[in-house]
Design a protein around this ligand. Structure first.
Ligand code: MG
Length: 446
């Protein structure tokens, strides 16, 4: 019986230890699960302007990449929770811009209806842990100052405590004077918001449809945490290098920019897509830490719309429902935000820029591989030379669509002509008027 008692004691001790172990493990597992569950906004918190760029709560520079919803009075079918969730989960958007139409049958005529649509999207973004830009989508906001103040005070009161919220006070002023028209409107609305919400990011529109960021930078607003809107449409002739030069002037003058709206097409929102210029803009924004939203989530029959006519309002869009612009931009968002998400699968992403990597293996004794990436369709000429400049072979000479490629140089086929030694690969990509040339050393040891 003694033995039995010892066994019972041992069993109860064991159970106690197991219980403690289980508790410790549960606490550990709980914290791991919580860490994995934390949302993008939980990780980055309140974003603020620091110098000429935006930083997160840890003072790390941050770039938000996402989509604009279309004017709320016209394409409001996409102003719903499931659509925003799809844009977060499938497109990897970290920001959504809700564009509340003001004139033309918008907020001025139907304040309760339009406000409700915007609040639906704000609530969704807060729940889903991404940032939300509340955009007063107006070209004449200086004439609607009292309405804007009342609206933004309500939003600040209700949502100012959430780090998700970003205010955008004036979508696109037209050719109005910065100092006497646009700036006074912005200053008044900012002051009215700051009474209720002292800290969330506010974006100020700039004259000439949010292009004159250089003019704004010469006389910036005096309040805290203000970025300035820069809008462009890549295919429009006046929205290319000259506009990037204005942006560079503004950055050099010390203000932070936010591309709250841009298109891959003409400034009408329609016409041909300019993929090459879009790529140049993408690189510009990435290099200058500028966050961006693309115009737009809509199934309207125009080329800037990301969705084809009749697309489901609640997301779950197959590739076949995306337009050329929608597909291109979705790839850019995934590419840009991929490091922010775990285990994301990218199906044939469009690369951000031309690359031609060092061959692998190197040194090699028979065959070696070369990887390259094309952000746009280009003519590729890939040649191998010896050190005296003699052409050994032409590996590739053809036009290829944007994508990721791998090519093998197999010297084993013709060993007598290719002795051990150092060789040079010459990669030339030509598109439109640009040429990219990369050369690499290859070492063949037989
Ligand atoms: Mg706040």
């Amino acid at each position: 019986m003694q033995t039995d008692k010892r066994i019972i004691d041992m069993k109860s001790h064991l159970r106690k230890y197991l219980k403690i172990l289980f508790l410790i493990f549960s606490v550990y597992l709980g914290s791991v699960l919580r860490a994995q569950d934390s949302t993008f906004v939980e990780k980055h918190g309140l974003i603020t302007v620091s110098g000429n760029h935006i930083v997160d709560k840890n003072n790390e520079p941050i770039i938000l990449r996402g989509m604009c919803l279309f004017w709320s009075q016209w394409e409001s079918e996409f102003y719903n929770y499931d659509c925003i969730k799809w844009l977060r989960d499938d497109w990897k958007c970290t920001v959504i811009r809700a564009s509340m139409g003001i004139e033309m049958g918008g907020y001025l005529d139907h304040p309760a209806t339009e406000k409700e649509k915007i609040k639906t999207v704000i609530d969704a973004c807060i729940d889903l842990g991404i940032y939300i830009i509340v955009d007063w989508h107006d070209h004449n906001a200086q004439e609607h100052r009292p309405q804007a103040i009342a609206f933004f005070q309500e939003i600040a009161q209700e949502y100012g405590e959430y780090p998700n919220l970003i205010y955008e006070l004036f979508n696109e002023p037209e050719q109005d004077d910065w100092g006497t028209v646009v700036r006074p409107y912005l200053a008044a609305v900012i002051d009215s918001i700051r009474i209720l919400d002292p800290d969330n990011l506010i974006i100020a529109g700039t004259p000439t449809w949010s292009q004159d960021v250089d003019i704004a930078s010469n006389n910036p607003l005096s309040q805290n945490n203000i970025a300035y809107a820069l809008h462009f449409y890549a295919a429009y002739q006046y929205h290319k290098q000259t506009l990037r030069n204005k942006a560079t002037t503004a950055l050099n003058n010390g203000i932070a920019l936010f591309v709250t709206e841009f298109g891959t097409v003409l400034n009408t929102g329609d016409g041909p897509i300019d993929t090459a210029e879009t790529r140049i803009w993408m690189n510009f924004m990435e290099n200058n830490l500028i966050s961006w939203c693309n115009w737009s989530i809509a199934d309207k029959n125009e080329t800037s719309a990301a969705l084809k006519s009749g697309a489901a309002s609640k997301g779950n869009w197959p590739d076949s429902v995306l337009t050329e612009s929608g597909s291109l931009i979705r790839n850019y968002i995934i590419q840009g935000n991929r490091q922010l998400f775990d285990k994301i699968i990218v199906k044939k992403p469009v690369p951000m820029e031309f690359t031609f990597e060092q061959n692998y293996p190197n040194p090699f004794n028979s065959a070696t591989q070369m990887n390259f990436e094309l952000p746009v369709r280009a003519n590729i000429n890939l040649r191998i030379y010896d050190l005296r400049g003699n052409l050994i072979c032409i590996l590739l000479n053809k036009a290829l669509p944007a994508g990721q490629y791998q090519i093998t140089w197999n010297t084993g086929n013709d060993r007598n002509k290719v002795p051990s030694g150092v060789y040079l690969s010459q990669f030339i990509a030509s598109f439109e008027k640009e040429t990219v040339l990369v050369s690499r050393k290859l070492l063949l040891i037989k």
